[in-house]
Design a protein around this ligand. Structure first.
Ligand SMILES: NC(=O)c1ccc[n+]([C@@H]2O[C@H](COP(=O)([O-])OP(=O)(O)OC[C@H]3O[C@@H](n4cnc5c(N)ncnc54)[C@H](O)[C@@H]3O)[C@@H](O)[C@H]2O)c1
Length: 266
């Protein structure tokens, strides 16, 4: 295989939420492909920990994606110190428990501010640099919760469904100027966001058991999908949503009792 099969060598790749589980795996995967990751996170210490795992000295910036000034400053600093952003991975996100019936407006707005508006702000600030060069790719990390409602999780599913549509709209508006926009929708992934669930052994086992591949994703599984979508290997893919869930989203008909249609015994 050609040494730079993905064609990402030296590309400037901005990753939001780079201190978290999937963001860190993205940074490792893009660096392994020869790209130059720029690590953004509200939690600067976590992003610095990610940087310590990478070759060279990647640029780390404290950035709150929900704050337009913070995003603008990160975009300016990236362009000034390294050059224009060529790939943006919109990944920073939150998950909070909460039934809709008792959800406060504040909690609703707080989640959307990060998971949806944060994606919009970053797409705008870094996308401007791509539009100026008439080339670039954006990969948004949504979730299968954007296709299947995730109950008791406040605005989470709504935010992810919004991200899918934001991406499709960008694909239409920016495609003519050489900027692609696509989504990766992970299923169940073990990261700091979900770690509390997996610490309970029965829950970990049950979660792996509902996935046809019989395992929960590692963050690297999601990073591999993003790597492809960001790369010139996906140069004719625009406005798509790549589900990366081990087949979990296809299990609906398997849940229905159907006497006489039993799986063969091993
Ligand atoms: N873990 C899963 O099972 C799973 C499944 C589907 C989708 N996702 C999505 O993947 C993405 C990454 O999640 P993860 O599992 O790695 O979570 P994580 O909690 O490990 O990482 C999220 C990172 O985002 C950062 N962040 C949060 N708010 C921010 C803000 N306002 N500005 C900048 N950074 C901020 C956090 O500091 C953290 O480092 C999220 O968008 C999440 O919704 C996760």
């Amino acid at each position: 295989m050609a040494p730079d099969w993905l064609g990402l060598h030296d590309r400037i790749v901005v990753i939001t939420g780079a201190g978290g589980g999937i963001g860190r795996a993205m940074a490792l995967a893009f660096a392994a492909a020869g790209a130059r990751p720029v690590l953004l996170d509200r939690d600067q210490a976590a992003a610095v920990e990610t940087a310590a795992l990478l070759p060279g000295s990647p640029l780390v910036q404290r950035c709150d994606v929900a704050d337009p000034e913070s995003v603008a400053a990160a975009a300016d600093a990236t362009a000034r110190l390294l050059g224009p952003c060529e790939v943006l991975v919109n990944n920073a996100g939150l998950l909070r428990a909460g039934p809709i019936a008792s959800l406060t407006l504040e909690a609703w707005n707080q989640l959307l501010a990060v998971n949806l508006t944060g994606y919009f702000l970053c797409a705008k600030a870094f996308g401007r640099q791509m539009l100026a060069r008439k080339s670039g790719a954006i990969v948004h990390v949504a979730s299968i919760a954007g296709r299947h409602p995730q109950p008791w999780s406040g605005a989470y599913s709504v935010s992810k469904a919004g991200v899918v549509m934001l991406s499709q709209q960008l694909a239409l508006e920016w495609g003519p100027q050489g900027v692609r926009s696509n989504v990766v929708s992970p299923g169940l992934v073990r990261t700091p966001m979900s770690e509390a669930f997996y610490r309970i052994p029965e829950v970990a086992e049950q979660r792996a058991g509902v996935v046809p591949l019989r395992r929960v994703a590692a963050p690297a599984d999601i990073a591999d999908a993003a790597l492809f979508l960001a790369s010139p290997r996906a140069s004719y893919i625009n406005g798509e949503d790549l589900c990366c869930d081990g087949g979990f989203g296809r299990t609906l008909m398997g849940l229905v009792p159907r006497p006489g249609f039993d799986a063969p015994a091993d």
